[in-house]
Design a protein around this ligand. Structure first.
Ligand code: TRP
Length: 334
């Protein structure tokens, strides 16, 4: 049987943090190691342009995301790693899909709806204020990303599930119109177990709450962030409940089951919050030490990343050119 295609993209809009690692990077790296799957991973740089208008930052985040992916275990020989902007066929397909996309479907897409809701809440007269057409048609470009590679599985966070469903709908409209299986119907793959990771204030870890712990930061910065994790006011010696502790939730993520069980006992025995934080910091430092080193190497001289992008582009286009040929023949253009 042919290998099933697993594909996902990440927008390069900031430095990768622990929440990205658990929610997106780790599960995709693990999936890509399965022998019956072929992984395609890309930097969704043109998606980032819907909101990020700083060329230097966009370039930097694109490299740093690729470096993070590789440092955290993605093997660019085994999987195909590329930049969305390197694949012209994606944008051609995006137009074709736009012609099959009911406008009402875009009205219901969540990134757009969120902005409309924000406008309503802030009493803005124009509900579409701050909405550019890139944001409005975001799901169409995303559908093109997915369908151009014949993707079967699309690992994403639960907030992106709707977008994958839109891709599936568009593929179905198209296939039905021409009575052929031009596109593979994709499915979202959502890892429920890692859905909510707390940030340093106890709310869901997210860049938008600014409560995240970046992975590739100086030891000093990370230590400071960990020391700022909010706790209750129980004192050293008082038993503590690990299940309600952010420190413990983060520790568990990085530790072995034995270490986790030992730490739970220390909570019962009244470990001081300060010591629990030190233990988390030590665990974090050890877990990401090798990755940090690799990340720094890749970022110090980006020529290796440039080669990886060039190679990824060649391999990806072998697939995308076939898809776009099929689409062109199907719709009846040159
Ligand atoms: N929209 C995704 C996000 O914000 C990124 C993305 C773009 C993507 N294209 C994709 C994810 C295709 C999966 C498949 O996280």
């Amino acid at each position: 049987m042919a290998q099933q295609i697993v594909l996902t993209g990440i927008k390069p809009t900031g430095m990768p943090h622990l929440g990205n690692w658990v929610g997106a990077i780790k599960p995709t790296v693990e999936l890509s190691q399965q022998p019956d799957r072929q992984g395609f991973f890309f930097i969704a740089d043109y998606h980032a342009l819907t909101g990020l208008r700083d060329a230097k930052a966009l370039r930097h985040y694109s490299y740093s995301l690729a470096a993070a992916w590789i440092a955290l275990g993605l093997d660019p020989h085994q999987s195909i790693l590329y930049r969305q902007s390197d694949i012209p066929e994606v944008f051609e397909l995006s137009w074709v899909l736009a012609c099959f996309s009911p406008k009402g479907l875009m009205n219901r897409a969540h990134a757009y709806k969120a902005q409309v809701q924000k406008n309503q809440e802030t009493g803005e007269e124009d509900v579409d204020a701050g909405v550019n057409m890139g944001l409005y048609t975001y799901p169409i470009l995303m559908a093109a990303d997915i369908l151009i590679m014949n993707s079967k599985w699309v690992p994403v966070g639960s907030d992106q599930q709707q977008h994958v469903e839109i891709a599936r709908d568009l593929a179905q409209y198209f296939n039905r119109q021409y009575q052929r299986e031009v596109f593979t119907l994709p499915d979202a793959l959502i890892d429920q177990s890692t859905a909510v990771l707390p940030g340093i204030d106890g709310r869901k870890m997210s860049k938008s709450y600014n409560n995240h712990i970046p992975i590739f930061e100086t030891a000093d910065r990370i230590r400071k962030l960990i020391m700022r994790i909010e706790t209750d006011s129980s004192r050293p010696g008082e038993p503590k409940n690990p299940d309600t502790s952010t420190i413990f939730q983060l520790y568990r993520l990085l530790a072995t089951p034995e270490e986790t069980a030992a730490m739970a006992r220390q909570y019962e025995n009244g470990i001081a919050w300060k010591d629990a934080k030190e233990a988390l910091y030590a665990r974090f430092e050890e877990s990401f030490r090798a990755a940090n080193q690799r990340y720094r190497e890749l970022m110090a001289d980006t020529s290796e990343l440039d080669r990886i992008f060039a190679d990824g582009k060649d391999k990806a286009r072998q697939v995308t050119q076939k898809t776009i040929d099929r689409v062109r023949r199907t719709v009846g253009v040159s």
